[in-house]
Design a binder for this molecule. Structure first.
Ligand SMILES: [Zn+2]
Length: 258
């Protein structure tokens, strides 16, 4: 056998191995985090994605790919599974889905804990753990802290108007103008700032009187109000529109949802 024939056979074998390798990877649903997005997991777990048309789904996948290739996701006291990465990226993409060029310039890393943490960043087995998620400030700027169990719960329960990860990403959107103050300057046309503040105050009064179905945590301050009603808006849009039509209209305008 001549050398060229041996080389040819070797090449064929390498090609066959490569084809087999990639075929197997796709078949098992194993995905390269920077290239392929596991659409089966998105379809199973992300309500927002399920409701998009084919073009919307493609855009959502692109946005997720972009987010994951620009953001570190680190498990602190827990392993991170592919689903966790997809849920975090989905929570990031959902609020800004209708803004073509939005980037989270103020986020570098998401630190994931197994469960809620306390102010010393201690998780399971420690006292005073009441933080489900948090956007870092000061030395922790550009970081987000998330409880993995809250992340999962937020996407699992579709009727409770809560989604911790979306809540935290809405804080980041709010923060992008320099202040986390509940007035997202980049989403709010100047002429709507005063009506928005009035709307916040009116709703807060209703919450204080116990006459609102908005979670009372929204009463904390304007920034929490904005994050809590945004969770409601993305989790239960029809219910929000029915119960709070004005608030729904304002949020739809801000997030550019028709
Ligand atoms: Zn908050």
């Amino acid at each position: 056998m001549s050398i060229s024939i041996i080389a040819f056979i070797l090449l064929l074998l390498i090609a066959a191995y490569a084809v087999n390798f990639f075929y197997k990877r796709n078949k098992t649903g194993h995905t390269d985090q920077h290239n392929n997005v596991n659409v089966i997991l998105l379809e199973q777990h992300v309500w927002f994605y399920q409701n998009l048309d084919a073009e919307g789904k493609r855009q959502f996948e692109d946005d997720i790919r972009f987010f994951l290739s620009h953001t570190l996701i680190t498990g602190v006291d827990t392993n991170i599974e592919e689903l966790d990465r997809l849920l975090i990226a989905s929570a990031a993409v959902i609020p800004i889905f209708h803004f073509k060029k939005w980037r989270y310039y103020n986020l570098r890393e998401v630190l994931v804990y197994s469960d809620s943490i306390n102010h010393k960043f201690e998780s399971k087995g420690h006292a005073h753990r009441n933080i489900l998620g948090m956007v870092g400030e000061g030395v922790y700027n550009n970081m987000m802290f998330l409880s993995r169990s809250s992340l999962r719960q937020g996407f699992h329960n579709k009727t409770d108007k809560h989604n911790t990860a979306i809540h935290e990403f809405v804080h980041l959107v709010d923060k992008s103008d320099g202040d986390t103050d509940g007035i997202p300057d980049l989403l709010l046309d100047k002429r709507y700032v005063l009506p928005w503040i009035e709307m916040i105050h009116e709703n807060m009064q209703q919450i204080a009187k116990g006459k609102s179905d908005i979670d009372s945590y929204a009463f904390t301050n304007k920034a929490e109000f904005f994050a809590v009603v945004s969770e409601y808006f993305f989790e239960r849009p029809e219910l929000l529109e029915e119960k709070h039509p004005e608030l729904y209209k304002m949020l739809a305008a801000m997030f550019e949802v028709e």
